[in-house]
Design a binder for this molecule. Structure first.
Ligand code: GAL
Length: 424
């Protein structure tokens, strides 16, 4: 009986993933694993990434979780000055990505291995006998002599693995087939010549079609995500097409995860919301995307629910979380303010400023103030900052009020489409 009850319970377990917040470990530390790489071992997701607590010389941290929300720190798997002499001196790591080689039984990290002015343009490979041990340096340099920067890996269903990187001074994408032991690049295919794309992430659908998502090269600033597909990794890629809003909802692609369950498979886009508001506070953003033939629905979700047992996802039921804003009156709206009468006094403890779908980066509000008032005359500051995190719940101390005013001192209020408040 008990076993059945637990099984039923597990089926009904919806985990809410709320975007835009800093991820914390079980012990309360900030998860530092940016530009993450993932590997599923049994029921656990392992995630390695850049430790940007030292902003420009990241070590590589490894965490694990069964629900992508509760993270356990596993190990600092690659350490500056320890793993290799030059790491933390003349080289730094970006975009570390995990692979498991079933033939050798080894775990590998492939990454961008770079000098401070990005002139080295190298890749590196590290290896370990266990997923969470200390990784050993295997090799660093230009794969097949080709200048290589931003990168990812892809392991195909037949076990062939690829390193994909932005090549020759950010001009092309290079698809490098790896040797059987995944320790070196053995074959190069140039993709998307002279299109200057980076941050590639590939997923294969069951019918055998590969989709690639990638970004333009604009440093930490977000830009338009594009997508292409093919039936053969080495050729036949369609022209890149725009997907999502002009700044990929303030993210840059890191991975596409497949959550295979008993009823469905959900595909999760994982991206970095860099410098939100500083490099160490970069957020990991996850939202479900779906495919229909050659179409991909790529829409941001500030939060959503996922069931890791069944593989299904749903919109998070928000009754009880957000105040009903359908009867609100906008009293004033110009480039600097939006003032709203919520119709009645109520207790609130947070807000989300949703941007217009087409609001590009230069329209984003950076300095903001959120004021509240009981009578529309005397105002208190509930929240203010040097960076308005769009698409993210901003919380403050619970308070009673009827009026709210969002102020943009940099006069970009027209980028806000809707203000939602969180009930107190
Ligand atoms: C981005 C790249 C990041 C990092 C950054 C440095 O374009 O995706 O991985 O290299 O530039 O400015």
């Amino acid at each position: 009986m008990l076993v059945i009850a637990m099984a039923v319970g597990a089926q009904n377990e919806w985990v809410t993933i709320q975007n835009g917040l800093l991820w914390k470990t079980e012990t309360g530390d900030v998860v530092q694993a940016h530009a993450p790489g993932f590997l599923k071992v049994g029921e656990r997701w392992y995630m390695c990434g850049e430790d940007r607590s030292v902003p420009f010389s990241p070590d590589v941290n490894l965490y694990s979780s069964t629900d992508l929300q509760h993270w356990r720190f596993e190990n600092k798997i690659i350490k500056n000055r320890v793993t290799t002499e030059e790491l933390g001196r003349s080289r730094m790591i970006e975009r570390p990505k995990l692979l498991y080689n079933a033939k050798t039984g080894k775990y590998l990290v492939w990454c961008h291995y770079e000098s401070s002015n990005y002139g080295a343009s190298e890749a590196a490979c590290f290896e370990c006998d266990s997923v969470n041990g200390d990784y050993r340096f295997v090799w660093g340099g230009r794969p097949l002599g080709i200048k290589s920067r931003d990168c990812n890996v892809y392991q195909d269903t037949d076990g062939t693995a690829y390193f994909i990187s932005t090549t020759e001074e950010n001009q092309h994408l290079g698809l490098f087939r790896l040797s059987d032991d995944y320790r070196e690049a053995v074959e190069h295919t140039q993709l998307f010549p002279r299109q200057s794309r980076e941050a590639p992430a590939i997923v294969r659908l069951p019918e055998g079609r590969y989709f690639m998502f990638n970004s333009a090269c604009s440093g930490w600033a977000p830009n338009q995500c594009k997508m292409a597909y093919t039936m053969n990794l080495k050729e036949g890629w369609t022209p890149l097409e725009n997907i999502g809003n002009p700044i990929a909802y303030d993210t840059q692609a890191a991975a596409i995860l497949e959550i295979k369950g008993t009823k469905a498979t959900t595909y999760l886009y994982v991206g970095d919301r860099w410098q939100d508001p500083s490099l160490p506070a970069t957020k990991t953003i996850i939202f479900p995307i779906s495919f229909d033939g050659t179409e991909c629905k790529f829409e941001y979700h500030e939060r959503f629910d996922i069931n890791f047992e069944t593989g299904e996802w749903r919109e998070t039921p928000t009754e009880g979380i957000f105040a009903d804003n359908t009867k609100w009156k906008t009293l004033e709206q110009d480039d600097e303010h939006i003032t709203i009468d919520m119709g009645k006094k109520q207790s609130i403890k947070g807000f989300i400023a949703k941007p217009r779908e087409k609001a590009g980066e230069r329209w984003l509000i950076r300095r903001y103030q959120l004021l509240t008032s009981k009578d529309g005359k005397t105002w208190d500051t509930a929240s203010e900052g040097r960076w308005l995190p769009y698409w993210t719940e901003v919380d403050f101390e619970s308070r009673e009020c009827r009026y709210i005013k969002l102020v943009s001192p940099d006069a970009r209020m027209r980028s806000v489409e809707e203000v939602v408040v969180v009930k107190g």
